[in-house]
Write a protein of this length. Structure first.
Length: 242
């Protein structure tokens, strides 16, 4: 649900401003686990579904060591919910072993629980989406129609920019802790590939988490209009997600 809202916000902001809309989803490290479900996919393959506060859901596949009995599945699911719900993913990853060690379930449940004891950090780490997958873009074609991108060189820079998701994630993540509006123009950027661009962003809140919404465009842009729209969109997102 959060991803869908952010994608639509980035696309709408891009269309209204005639710039490239961009959004960075909240980093899930500090998301609170509300519910954990274990779902059998086959005799020795399980799906772990994590429901997080704010509506996000993450799924991880786990290989069991042999067939898992239904009773073990229910018992371990109950234990994990009892011990882990209400904690952030960061807390779970760092304290999982300590929280589960004193449990003495039956043999089948014990084998399944051992998977979480031995591989828990990796399992819950996999629930945190890589930063580059957390970037949502509007339509680059909106920018392509602007005169600054009539040259092949500038168009190439635009295409390269939209393909370098990790670099975009780093750019926006630096701004996630900045309250209010952030504007960088031309050579103010550390990355030379952005020297022909302006980036205007604002932070939004999703409960205890923060993300970034904004636009990327040429250094010549209607700043007053863009700033007003980015600020308004960030507030709308906060109202929807907080």
């Amino acid at each position: 649900a959060v991803e869908s809202i952010l994608r639509r916000a980035a696309q709408s902001l891009g269309v209204i401003t005639q710039e490239l809309g961009i959004a960075l989803g909240p980093r899930l490290d500090d998301s609170t686990l509300e519910r954990l479900d274990l779902v059998r996919l086959s005799s020795d393959r399980l799906l772990v579904a994590l429901a997080l506060r704010g509506g996000a859901v993450r799924t991880i596949f786990v290989e069991a060591r042999g067939e898992v009995a239904d009773s073990a599945l229910h018992e371990v699911s109950h234990v994990l919910n009892e011990r882990l719900c209400g904690l952030s993913l960061r807390e779970i990853r760092s304290t999982l072993g300590k929280r589960l060690r004193d449990i003495g379930p039956n043999r089948d449940a014990s084998e399944l629980l051992n998977i979480f004891l031995e591989e828990g950090a990796q399992i819950f780490d996999a629930a945190i989406r890589p930063e580059e997958d957390n970037i949502l873009l509007g339509q680059a074609s909106v920018l392509a129609e602007q005169p600054e991108f009539a040259s092949v060189d500038n168009m190439r820079k635009l295409v390269t920019l939209t393909e370098k998701r990790q670099q975009l994630a780093e750019l926006l993540r630096d701004r996630a802790g900045t309250t209010g509006l952030s504007i960088t123009i031309g050579n103010e950027h550390r990355d030379p590939k952005l020297e022909n661009f302006t980036v205007v962003t604002a932070q939004y809140n999703a409960g205890p988490l923060t993300g970034v919404i904004g636009v990327i465009g040429p250094t010549r842009m209607p700043y007053e209009k863009v700033i007003s729209l980015v600020t308004h969109t960030s507030q709308l997102l906060t109202d929807l997600l907080d």
